[in-house]
Write a protein that binds this ligand. Structure first.
Ligand SMILES: *Cc1c(COP(=O)(O)O)cnc(C)c1O
Length: 307
């Protein structure tokens, strides 16, 4: 089974936090594994275990061209001696972008499908067609969210995190949020920051919790006003914030998820949305591999641990 280093909680120091009487720690899931970054480690762990116990030798999954999930799955499958097939939305670029190049190096077979076909990916017909083409496989959904993923993301919070009053994470498909929701204690509140545009996310998360029979002990909240125009959209202010956060903490963020997450937390602190004395745990869900592709695509430089 996949193994990782334990995640550390790093304290953040800043005059704003002192002024507001708030403590902020960052759970560094970005550091738990050199290749299977952040929340994707937790989401894949029991999926791959299940694939193996079902006797499958191949996993198949879906993702966009810069997907952290694709990158993580390619490496995780290889280290578990499983073949991996990645169904990628859109046309292949030549040369491949850094994410797909890495996936291919890890032995993932990449297949590009039109956006139109990609939308059919949950349909039985489409899966049957994939089975005809590729034979038998274990299917991991886009973003990796299913019951096995949630079993894994439940393990993000540890006993020593019980003293935090607030847990804050970002939301894509919600597998991380759902796992955390099932792990919080009755004195804790989980806030999810949606990286997607739209109010649909409130219902989608409700449905996800219902589907997996999760009845949280603590309180839940979702913020849908920190998407910066939509998934993978950004502006100057967000990029600026990512740099400032890096300068004060040494922590690298990405513009898709964790940058928006940290920005939201900061704004919420400024606007007194946390109670005085709150101790906040921000879940850094990793995903920094995508920064190379972002810079290549946009020409915008981001902080980088590699220097
Ligand atoms: C995939 C990803 C998310 C979204 O996780 P979900 O479980 O799909 O909500 C958040 N942050 C990072 C860095 C990711 O790569």
């Amino acid at each position: 089974m996949l193994t990782s280093n334990p995640a550390i909680n790093q304290p953040i120091e800043d005059p704003l936090l002192e002024e507001k009487g708030i403590t902020l720690f960052v759970k560094r899931l970005d550091l738990i594994h050199p290749e299977i970054s952040g929340n994707k480690f937790y989401k894949l762990k029991y999926n791959l275990k299940e694939a193996k116990s079902k006797g499958k030798d191949t996993v198949l999954t879906f993702g966009g061209a810069y997907s952290n999930h694709i990158a993580a799955t390619s490496f995780a499958a290889r280290s578990e001696n499983l073949n991996a097939i990645g169904i990628i939305r859109g046309d292949a670029s030549t040369p491949l972008n850094p994410t797909l190049l890495e996936a291919q190096k890890n032995g993932m077979q990449l297949y590009f499908v039109s956006r139109e076909d990609y939308r059919k990916k949950h349909k039985d017909e489409f899966i049957a067609q994939l089975n005809r083409e590729f034979g038998d496989f274990f299917l991991i959904p886009e973003g990796g969210t299913n019951g096995f993923a949630i079993e894994g993301t439940k393990e993000i919070l540890l006993n020593q995190d019980e003293h935090f009053t607030n847990i804050v994470c970002s939301i894509g498909t919600g597998g991380t949020y759902a796992g955390l929701a099932s792990a919080i204690k009755n004195h804790q509140k989980l806030t999810g920051i949606s990286s997607l545009k739209g109010e649909f996310i409130h219902q989608e998360m409700k449905d996800l919790l219902t589907l997996h029979r999760i009845i949280p002990e603590g309180k839940l909240e979702i913020k849908s006003n920190f998407h910066f125009g939509g998934y993978a959209k950004y502006d100057e202010e967000l990029i600026q914030f990512i740099w400032e956060f890096y300068k004060k903490s040494g922590i690298v963020l990405d513009p898709i998820y964790t940058g928006k997450l940290a920005y939201a937390i900061w704004k919420m602190i400024q606007d007194d949305e946390f109670q005085k004395g709150a101790s906040i745990l921000m879940i850094h869900s990793g995903g920094l591999q995508g920064n190379r592709g972002f810079t290549e695509r946009t020409g915008i430089k981001l902080p980088d641990h590699a220097g």
